[in-house]
Design a protein around this ligand. Structure first.
Ligand code: NAD
Length: 404
């Protein structure tokens, strides 16, 4: 068994579809290896899983197919070329046959509005977890996988209910035993199912799927985990640029950011409750990098015609020598899924590597990939990347686990 399984939660989303089409295109040498950090010189010869040995499956709450979603993305954005879809269509159909019905339990109005009626049912929390675990085991066995990395790329939920944010492991078990359904969202059920099986788990969303109770479970079950919320666009630029102001001792007075985006992600974020968890996640980095309070604001608006072509305008007002005030502005126009998809493949490779070395718990060295890296205070992109390079050097130097 040489395959590495990749289980995508939100398997028919824009990001998941771009990941699968891209991976199959790479496996067939039809597309260049751009955007993958694991292909960089610093990370050569680390023993990453070859892209052609990744096999895909996933959970979804809507009916549909990868082939249709890929064609829709091609029509709307042009980010997935038609010739590429034609060339990997058979591969996509194989993955389509491995997509299972997920759960949209307590995922908020905007997600519930997308979901098929079955996805809104929840027999009991424990039964739902058992069902999800059964799907994961079956995929591992049927696709001949040595290991399965589970990645949450489902829609953004409203902020996690309070007890889920800080509850202990015992609290969590009690909530599940008592079937206290309003205290748990779907993202937590998925994360629990994966981690309890000892499967590596990545939370690429802002959802609160990895509270301390699950971090503890990951240590007990030997599962490497990391999150939250992929750092792909405006926040990536912020976390690379803010250190320049800090290191030149230029005091930033205001950093105002305004994002407009279309597609389904934008539609879900146009609901206030869902938006709050995203804004919270995007707003953290600046104070932490600069080391003082400043005026910041992150606005996100839904503009349907833009599709996946997210546009962000940032205005930075700062003070220099003699207290003179100056300003910098930038406009970032990124195709969200094109920026994020290679990072998913990178994270799968890192998590697979960590699991093969017996590493478990939070993979803090992967902080550079996340807007809100769990267990890491450092938000400076350059320092985070240096940490990843240090980890790679330690891996080369010894077969002993580097983490924890
Ligand atoms: P999308 O709306 O295109 O896809 C989300 C998919 O998840 C949809 O197909 C939806 O039906 C499905 N889904 C929703 N709830 C589910 C559930 N409970 N179980 C199973 N499936 C479920 O969004 P996207 O653009 O693909 O982004 C996916 C996620 O990744 C979002 O949470 C987004 O915030 C996060 N993210 C994306 C980027 C990026 O693309 N650059 C960066 C950081 C984070």
């Amino acid at each position: 068994m040489a395959n590495t399984g990749v289980w995508l939660i939100g398997a028919l989303g824009g990001l998941a579809t771009t990941v699968v089409v891209g991976a199959r295109g790479l496996a067939r040498n039809l597309t260049p290896r751009k955007g993958l950090t694991t292909e960089g010189v610093e990370f050569r010869n680390l023993g990453f899983a070859p892209i052609e040995e990744l096999v895909f499956g996933g959970h979804e709450i809507r009916s549909g197919s990868l082939v249709d979603t890929a064609r829709e993305i091609c029509r709307q954005n042009g980010s997935i070329p038609r010739e590429l879809i034609d060339a990997v269509e058979e591969d996509l159909r194989v993955v389509d046959a491995r997509i299972r019905a997920g759960t949209a339990w307590n995922s908020g109005r905007a997600v519930e509005a997308l979901a098929d009626p079955d996805a809104l049912d929840c027999r009991s929390l424990r039964e739902e977890i058992q069902r999800l675990k059964g799907d994961l085991r079956r995929f591992r066995d049927e696709a001949d996988c040595e290991r399965v990395v589970v990645v949450n790329v489902a829609s953004t939920e409203p902020a996690a209910p309070d007890p889920m944010r800080c509850g202990s492991r015992a609290d969590l078990e009690e909530i599940l035993d008592r079937d206290e359904r309003n205290r748990v969202r779907a993202s937590l059920l998925y994360a629990y199912a994966a981690v309890d099986l000892g499967f590596p788990y990545v939370n690429f969303t802002p959802n609160g799927a990895l509270p301390p109770a699950l971090q503890q479970l990951a240590l007990e079950r030997g599962a490497p985990i990391m999150g939250n919320d992929g750092k792909t666009g405006e926040t990536l630029v912020k976390s690379a640029l803010a250190p320049m102001f800090r290191d030149r001792n230029l005091r930033v007075l205001t950093w105002q950011g305004y994002n407009i985006l279309g597609d389904r992600d934008g539609q879900v974020l146009s609901d206030r409750d869902h938006l709050e968890s995203k804004v919270r996640s995007k707003d953290r980095a600046l104070q932490s990098i600069l080391g003082y309070d400043l005026h910041t604001h992150v606005g996100i608006d839904f503009v349907p015609s833009l599709g996946d072509m997210k546009t962000a305008w940032d205005f930075i007002h700062f003070e220099g020598f003699l207290g003179h005030r100056m300003a910098m502005q930038f406009i970032w126009q990124g195709c969200d899924a094109i920026l994020a998809a290679p990072l998913i493949l990178d994270l799968v490779r890192w998590m697979n590597l960590a699991a093969s070395r017996g590493e478990c718990g939070l993979m803090r060295h992967l902080a550079a990939y996340f807007k809100s890296p769990l267990g890491v205070e450092e938000h400076d992109f350059h320092r985070q990347h240096a940490e990843l390079v240090r980890y790679a050097q330690a891996v080369r130097a010894s077969d002993e686990p580097v983490v924890p």
